[in-house]
Design a protein around this ligand. Structure first.
Ligand SMILES: NC(=O)C1=CN([C@@H]2O[C@H](COP(=O)(O)OP(=O)(O)OC[C@H]3O[C@@H](n4cnc5c(N)ncnc54)[C@H](O)[C@@H]3O)[C@@H](O)[C@H]2O)C=CC1
Ligand SMILES: O=C(CO)COP(=O)(O)O
Length: 335
């Protein structure tokens, strides 16, 4: 019996918990910050706030106690929004052990430090002299579809392939297929940066600019995020995989994407604050990642024209239509 802890009960953490607790050889615990939310989920056997419509299997344990969540866990999966990742691991550090395998399923880049999520985890745990294996789970996966058992393929990356192979065995099912990878940089940056392009794709849709524009944006988007990932040490082939092109296509075209929704509403002329309020606590990571990605690109001397325009729209410096015109008016380039 493998004991797995999921830290974070948003849509994705809950969907992973639903999926993993369907395997009879797993004992899964879902941790949520708030005791009231834990009590409600235990009583209703449903996460009404973040993943309504999906029953939480009877075998799934729900807790708000850090010690109950991780004390006996062999695998710990963190799925909190990127802005809360450091605080979450600071909170959990006293109960974590160096033998545990950590998996990050958060998609983002930390503000200010510009660190990837596994780097934030390592840095946070270093002060407790903990250095457990830490990998990343990423790829095209709307939470609702994974919870519904729709076929999904993901990437699991660890520097040491043996850990990736273990998570591949533990997480795979008839509806979830995992591919291993050793390129943490490429997998993490692919998952984080696609959210920025998804916002731009939403803008194109909101402005009703047509299918040609949407295809151009996805294609030039993958070129741009690959440039940055490669400059940071990622592999080009990784960005052509599930946690690059795969997740980019899903998020740029799928109606379930929150990042695309933010872009669409911006394109229709709504104000960012109003859009984010309307998300009602659901995270659209691309908003923060846009500015972190630009800082990272500047530090590596990388040009990111789409990301620059998304930043200009988000900060209110340029209208969505002017931003798209600027992209078209750039000097001619080789492909
Ligand atoms: N929703 C999806 O389909 C997918 C989401 N992800 C990623 O998973 C991560 C989490 O997103 P979702 O599960 O969608 O969340 P969500 O948008 O459904 O819910 C937000 C979550 O943030 C939590 N939260 C709010 N304040 C917090 C704090 N101070 N400390 C800790 N947690 C706090 C809430 O309790 C809630 O669990 C993000 O990085 C997202 O990009 C990755 C793949 C799929
Ligand atoms: O990362 C995701 C799917 O792989 C979810 O995308 P959104 O955060 O835009 O909804």
């Amino acid at each position: 019996m493998s004991r797995i802890a999921i830290l974070g009960s948003g849509a994705w953490g809950t969907a992973l918990a639903v999926h993993l607790s369907q395997r009879s050889d797993h004992n899964v615990v879902l941790w949520t910050r708030s005791p009231a939310a834990a009590a409600e989920m235990r009583q209703q056997r449903e996460n009404l706030r973040h993943l309504p419509g999906f029953a939480l299997p009877a075998a799934l344990t729900i807790t708000s106690e850090a010690i109950e969540a991780v004390a006996d866990a062999e695998i710990v999966v963190s799925v909190v929004p990127s802005e809360h990742l450091r605080a979450t691991y600071t909170h959990f550090a006293p109960w974590l052990r160096k033998e545990q395998i950590l998996v990050s399923a958060t998609k983002g880049i930390e503000d200010g430090t510009l660190l990837r999520m596994t780097e934030v985890i390592r840095q946070t745990l270093a002060s407790s002299a903990l250095n457990p294996p830490c990998g990343v789970l990423s790829g095209p996966s709307f939470a609702q579809e994974v919870a519904a058992g729709s076929p999904t393929a993901l990437t699991i990356a660890f520097v040491e392939n043996a850990f990736a192979a273990k998570i591949q065995r533990e997480f795979s099912s008839a509806t979830l297929r995992l591919y291993t990878n050793e390129d943490l940089v490429g997998v993490e940056l692919g998952g984080a940066l696609k959210n920025v392009i998804a916002i731009a794709s939403g803008v194109v849709t909101g402005l009703i600019l047509g299918h040609n524009a949407a295809a151009a944006l996805i294609t030039r988007g993958i070129a741009e995020i690959t440039r940055l990932a490669v400059a940071c040490g990622g592999r080009r082939t990784t960005l052509a995989g599930l946690s690059g092109l795969g997740d980019l296509v899903l998020t740029c075209t799928g109606s379930l994407s929150r990042n695309r929704l933010v872009g669409m509403e911006l394109g229709k002329g709504r104000a960012l604050e109003e859009i984010l309020t309307g998300l009602d606590g659901k995270v659209a990571e691309g908003v923060r990642t846009t500015f972190a990605a630009l800082d990272l690109a500047n530090s590596h001397g990388i040009e990111m024209p789409i990301t620059e325009q998304v930043a200009a729209i988000l900060s209110g410096r340029r209208s969505p239509l002017d931003a798209m015109r600027e992209l078209m008016a750039r000097p001619g380039k080789d492909e």
